[in-house]
Each structure stands twice: as C-alpha cells, then as structure tokens.
Design a protein around this ligand. Structure first.
Ligand code: SF4
Length: 439
C-alpha cells in the first residue's frame, strides 16, 4: 500500500532527538500480537515501518514533523490516499466474506465502495489536481473494482490466510531492529508457496526492474518465511488496479539478507540524525505538512488573506520588489552587453582604446594571453601528464575546494583524510536568494 504512505503506520513510537524510541499506547495494546509472532519487544524499543523509513528518505523534515514532533496536520490526506483506502476496504470485504462462503456480486461490492466513500468523505481531503473532482476519483475506484472482479472471479486462485495482516519483521537474530507492516492479503498457493498481495491504486505503472528491488514487500517476505516453517517460496504480487495488471517478483535468501543489512543501515541513519533538512520534490504537492513547512508556510498564510491585505503583506511586497529589481537587473545586463559590443566595434573602427562620454570614459583593456586546456577540454590529460613528468604539477595544481567541501559534507572520503583536514574546515551558514516562478 505504498501510495497510502503513513496511513498504515499506526504503531507510532515516541521520538527522541536521536530518532524514534519507545512505544505509544497503541503499541502497548498490541503487545500480544508481537508475542504471537515470536518477537518479544523490550520496553522502549523502537518499531519502524517501511513507510516511516520512506518518509525519512523522501524528506527528513517531513519525518521530523510526523514522527519526532508528531504534528497534527489540518490537511486530512490526499484524495489519492482516500481512494486507495476505500478500494482496500472493498477488497478486504470481498475476501473476508469469501472466507465465510459469501461471494458478493459486483453490484454489492460497488454499493459497499460507494457507501464507504460517503461515510468517510470530508471536505478536508486534499485534491491536488484541481481539474478533477472527487467524483472523478470515485468513478476511478469503481472501475478498479469492476476490473478486479472480472479478472479474478471466482477468486479461488489461492487460499487467503490473512487480510490487512499485521506482521513483525526481525532484521537481526537478537531482534534489536524490528519493523512492522500490514500485508493487504497473504495467500497460500499450495506446495509451500506463499503469496504477498499488495493493491496499488497509483496512476503510474512501474517497470519490472523497479518491483524487483522494491523494499516493502520484500521485507514482508522475511516475516512470512520466518513465520511459516513449510514456506518454500514467497511470491510478491502487486495489483496495479488502474491498469488491470499484475506484477510479480521473488527474492533469494541472499537478497533478503542484504535487504536486512541495508534496512538496518537506514534505521541507524535515522537514529543518529541530528538535523532534519527539508528535501523539496514533486511529492511536496501531496505533503500534509505544507502548511507548517518552511518551504511552503508563507504561501499558505498569504493565500488566506484578502486582496488588499495580501498586497500589503511584508513578505509579498519584498518578494515582488526583489523580483522586479531582478528583472530590471537582467534587462540592464543585456543592454550593457550590447553597448559593450558596440563600443568595441567603435574603438576598433576609430583606432582608439578609450572612448569619452560627457562625464565618463570607457577604456578598452586588451591583452594577448596564453590559454591552456581546461578540465573538460580534450588536451587536459596530456597537459597534466606533461606537468607531472616535468615536475611542475605540485606547483601549479590547486585544490578543488568545491569538490573537497562536498566530499567532506557527504562523508565521501577516506576517514584518515577526513580526520586530518577536519580542523581546517569552519562551518558557516551560507544564505542566498533564488528567484523562481510561483507555479
Ligand atoms: S512539503 Fe516537501 S519539503 Fe516540506 S516537509 Fe513536506 S516533503 Fe518536506
């Protein structure tokens, strides 16, 4: 349920400056489940989820809002997430009823979907694509259900074991790093083959190589293999409902072991985080923390103002003035470039190297100089070779400060080198303005 990020991440822990630790009351209530699943949590132990890790990877600032500060947002969630939840509810009903030998007709499923839609709908649901109404999304959901029903009826491809099934994934033998997740549907296909089914309502269809490295369902495979001793194979199945298409993938034991290590590394990164920088991306449009995010807050605050108050608002005024001056600056720079060219031509034609105005003079400076190839020019390697062989490299090579600072910030250099140069680096807060279109 990757496109419903956060909604399944109900087991929220207490946050510390280092990351996330402790259990919420909800976590305490569900303690019994962990015991059934054979994972005994220590008091205060953090439980992560794929969605929590993804949030950190997507934007550490969003992670802080959600899991460290635990901010309530005035935005309910996106229509995409709302649609996903209603479709999931419907497919859950379909398979729950089947367990009791009740097969819903297509019309019964559609009626259920629509009544759930009405029951949960609030006007606080965020519709980013303003050209579409909630009804467009509701009809999309109906189409997903019709297609799914027609494709899988009578739904006997495999035996359903669990629906919205909570699983706990142990990433190391001692259970120091634990994740939880919810499997949309776990099914048994016979002969030791288990299937992890996931319903996707997203409007984009990934390529096979993307699902072959998908983390979420692969993590669930770890838990399924551990829980069912007869498990020979776990097949990961994504139902891309918007395309009436099924994607399947499997993982080897070696791949799952590597996944455990990689996931532990992400957890360690979260737990050692001291800063939570924001990462702007296209996903910001769907982020429920936009009203409090430093990148968007001013927009939210000013959008609510009446036209007169809006024009008078200090930030709006300053940004407008800055933008106007920048436009003029560009206009002037273009004019200066054109006049410079004309002055050069004039000086050349009149054989002078200074041109006089009423109270100014423009001097044409020229000098013939040697140019060596730059780093990206074809002759550069030969130049370096010649300098090295002649013993001149040391004297004429300079440190690429930008590259050095970037490698240092990203800890992308030999630790010995890092240690040796650390005392020469001084942390400064750089500030610049970037002008762009509001969009
Ligand atoms: S709006 Fe964007 S930058 Fe701000 S917290 Fe959300 S994802 Fe991060």
């Amino acid at each position: 349920m990757g496109d419903m990020q956060g909604s399944l991440d109900g087991f929220s822990g207490k946050a510390s400056a280092a990351g996330v630790s402790g259990e919420s009351q909800e976590g305490q209530k569900k303690r019994g489940d962990e015991e059934i699943l054979g994972v005994e949590l220590k008091p205060g132990q953090a439980v992560y989820s794929h969605s929590r890790l993804s949030t950190f990877e997507q934007c550490p600032q969003k992670f802080k809002f959600a899991y460290v500060d635990k901010l309530e947002s005035e935005i309910e969630g996106s229509i995409e997430s709302f649609l996903g939840s209603r479709v999931h509810d419907t497919l859950e009903k379909l398979y729950t009823d089947l367990k009791f030998e009740k097969e819903n007709t297509l019309q019964e499923l559609l009626d259920f979907f629509n009544s759930e839609w009405e029951r949960h709908w609030t006007d606080n649901v965020l519709i980013v694509r303003k050209e579409y109404s909630s009804d467009n999304y509701r009809k999309m959901g109906e189409r997903f259900i019709v297609d799914y029903h027609n494709r899988y009826k009578p739904f006997n491809q495999a035996k359903t074991i669990g629906l919205e099934m909570r699983i706990v994934i142990r990433l190391d033998p001692e259970g120091r790093h634990v994740l939880q997740g919810f499997i949309d549907r776990l099914a048994y296909a016979g002969e030791g083959v288990y299937e992890v089914h996931d319903y996707k309502t997203a409007n984009s269809l990934p390529e096979q190589d993307k699902v072959d490295v998908d983390r979420q369902l692969a993590l669930y495979a770890i838990a399924v293999k551990e829980k069912y001793k007869d498990c020979r194979k776990v097949v990961l199945v994504w139902h891309y409902l918007a395309f009436d298409k099924e994607l399947r993938s499997e993982r080897t034991d070696e791949q799952l072991e590597k996944l455990k290590k990689d996931t532990i590394n992400v957890i360690k990164e979260i737990e050692s985080a001291k800063e939570y920088p924001l990462k702007e991306s296209a996903l910001c449009q769907w982020c429920e923390y936009r009203p409090v995010c430093p990148r968007w807050r001013h927009l939210y605050e000013t959008e609510k103002l009446e036209p007169v108050a809006y024009r008078k608002e200090e930030g709006v005024r300053l940004a407008n003035e800055y933008s106007e001056l920048k436009d003029k600056e560009k206009e002037i720079a273009d004019k200066i470039a054109k006049i410079s060219e004309k002055i050069m031509v004039f000086a050349e034609q009149h054989k002078v190297d200074r041109v006089y105005g009423s109270d100014s003079k423009v001097t044409i400076w020229q000098k013939s100089c040697v140019k060596f190839p730059g780093k990206t020019d074809p002759g550069y390697p030969d130049l370096v070779k010649a300098l090295r062989e002649s013993g001149g490299l040391e004297e004429f090579s300079t440190i690429d400060r930008w590259k050095l600072e970037k490698a240092f910030e990203q800890i992308d250099m030999d630790p010995k080198v890092m240690q040796a140069i650390a005392k020469y680096g001084k942390r400064e807060l750089l500030k610049r303005l970037y002008l762009g279109k509001r969009g």
